[in-house]
Ligand binder design. Structure first.
Ligand code: NAD
Ligand code: MG
Length: 394
């Protein structure tokens, strides 16, 4: 029996995780479920999965949930970041699905690593912010990090066993020359450039291949999602950004590839459905069904590739540059992006001003060595404050 805590249970990844778990109910026990404010959905999930703990980040929402669950004596309701950290590190939890969106996921995800859990990482922002510090926590506390992001899960599946199972973390030593990260191109791949400034949040969230939360949907439209993924891949696979090439692949069937020195390129293919990487990581190193339909290659018929268009997608360039700069620069990039996306979704910022706001924040704030959590959180806060100020000028 694998005992699971799901951080961000009510979101797109959280719901898909529960769907996979439900298909293998005899193998998994849901110990804790968490959400931010969505009382109704977390309540429904609690009734169905009967966890020992339910946590709402928002204190008022936690009170409402506790009232709704008054007759469920076996469920303890907690609140706030402390509640999230508590359930992420419970001794009775083996596996933590880290599926909170944004920097809000950092502390609970880090707590899971520090408690030596198997961490299923969807919350890429946590790793983008804390990089080496997060990996050090994983190593020091004997945790295990398995990627859920479809691209990184694909790369992981294409790595040799010496890498995935025996902890050899040197790509050159295992004959890998490059990582090819695929991108669908999002909703604006062919959209007239001069009209990008006036696209709406609804258009940006209408992803051609994936159904996801709103923040990552906007990130996919600006290509910042791919930028965050380049940074995520650098940390997960111990590789410099120059060794990662982003390719546009509109069908979203190949989820990424690993190129070896002998001329072999390995790819992982599948329908675009997050239940595949989720089931892969939940069952690792074994395999189990996910509910995803088998791939029909005859129906797909064609797999196409295009070079990345950095002029159309300046956010990707900013992410590469931030990774090259190192230290807290990636945390600053992430923080400015979160403020920009929130403002865009609220109708307060043009789509094309998202990249402008991030670039201006980065040019005004210098990153520094990301030696401690305090430094990272301080620069995250400074970047958010500065981006909020700059918002009014754009
Ligand atoms: P979502 O918006 O659908 O869900 C986010 C979850 O986090 C919800 O349960 C919400 O209640 C919780 N949450 C939000 N703010 C919080 C806060 N301040 N404190 C505590 N909890 C909070 O997002 P999603 O699409 O499921 O994405 C989750 C993470 O997974 C993101 O980091 C995203 O980049 C990554 N990811 C998602 C997909 C996908 O297909 N959806 C694919 C790859 C990676
Ligand atoms: Mg992805």
């Amino acid at each position: 029996m694998i005992r699971v805590c799901i951080l961000g249970a009510t979101g797109s990844i959280g719901v898909s995780t529960l769907d996979v778990i439900k298909q293998h109910a005899h193998q998994f026990k849901v110990v804790a479920l968490t959400a931010n404010q969505d009382v109704e959905r977390l309540f429904q999930q609690c009734v169905e999965f009967l966890p020992s703990y339910a946590v709402m980040a928002d204190a008022a929402a936690a009170e409402q949930l506790a009232a709704r669950l008054a007759h469920f004596d076996e469920i303890t309701v907690l609140s706030g970041v402390e509640g999230l950290k508590h359930v992420a590190s419970l001794p009775e939890v083996d596996t933590v699905m880290a599926a909170i969106v944004g920097g809000a996921g950092l502390l609970p995800t880090l707590a899971a690593a520090q408690a030596g859990k198997r961490v299923l990482l969807a919350n890429k922002e946590a790793l983008v912010m804390s990089g080496q510090l997060f990996l050090d926590a994983v190593h020091q506390h004997g945790a295990q990090l398995l990627p859920i992001d479809s691209e990184h899960n694909a790369i992981f599946q294409c790595m040799p066993a010496s890498f995935t199972q025996h902890g050899v973390k040197n790509l050159t030593a295992v004959g890998v020359s490059r990582i090819l990260l695929t991108a669908s191109g999002g909703p604006f791949r062919n959209y007239p450039l001069e009209q990008l400034g006036s696209v709406t949040p609804e258009q940006a969230c209408n992803h051609p291949k994936w159904k996801m939360g709103r923040k990552i949907s906007v990130d996919s439209a600006t290509m910042m999602n791919k930028g965050l993924e380049v940074i995520e891949a650098c940390w997960l696979f111990n590789t410099p950004p120059e060794r990662i090439e982003v390719l546009i692949h509109p069908q979203s069937v190949i989820h990424s590839m690993v190129e070896y020195v002998d001329g072999s390129t390995l790819a992982q293919l599948g329908n675009p459905d997050m239940r595949t990487p989720i089931a892969h990581a939940l069952a690792f190193p074994e395999r189990m069904t996910s509910g995803v339909a088998r791939l029909n290659l005859l129906e797909i018929a064609k797999l196409e590739f295009e070079p990345m268009d950095f002029a159309r997608f300046p956010c990707l360039r900013l992410a590469y540059e931030a990774m090259q700069a190192g230290g807290t620069t990636t945390a600053i990039l992430n923080a400015a992006n979160e403020i920009a996306v929130e403002a865009f979704l609220a109708g307060k910022l043009r789509f094309t001003a998202i990249a402008e706001l991030i670039e201006q924040t980065l040019s005004r704030l210098n990153g520094r060595a990301a030696n401690t959590l305090e430094i990272i959180l301080e620069d995250d806060t400074r970047a958010r404050q500065l981006a909020e100020e700059l918002l009014t000028t754009l």
